[in-house]
Ligand binder design. Structure first.
Ligand SMILES: [Zn+2]
Length: 131
């Protein structure tokens, strides 16, 4: 009785599983795929960080590039900033690209993340209470 290639591969995988082997490579494995084969099946690593395509992001040039340049220099993205500061990515984008000024509790976090004094980005920052 002749098997097609895919049928015989299926048989082989079933046979391997019966014997506690990785279905793909046949190495001992408790799971269907051994760690190595499962790892190879995963999506490829995200591409290396590259600078935002600014012309797509910005309708006009940034009037203040300090936040943007620090973000790029530290290989952060607006999503990282959003996660760190506990805001939406859209809010982080407004800070970076649109000159929106964060609230006090956020501005402290933002500057801690970027390792700058608040005054560096916002020289005229108005603190409601203490600092
Ligand atoms: Zn394997």
């Amino acid at each position: 009785m002749a098997f097609s290639a895919s049928e015989s591969m299926k048989k082989l995988r079933q046979e391997r599983r019966k014997h506690g082997q990785c279905a793909q490579c046949g190495n001992p494995s408790e799971k269907y795929l051994c760690e190595r084969c499962n790892g190879m099946r995963k999506k490829p690593e995200p591409k290396e960080f590259r600078e935002y395509p600014m012309q797509r992001k910005l309708k006009k040039p940034l009037s203040d590039r300090r936040l943007y340049e620090d973000m790029i220099a530290q290989e952060l993205r607006t999503s990282d900033i959003a996660a760190y500061c506990g805001v939406t990515q859209r809010t982080a984008e407004k800070w970076i690209f649109e000159g929106s000024v964060p609230h006090e509790e956020r501005v402290t976090k933002l500057c801690r993340l970027l390792k700058r004094e608040v005054e560096y980005y916002y020289p005229l920052y108005k603190w409601s209470s203490k600092k």
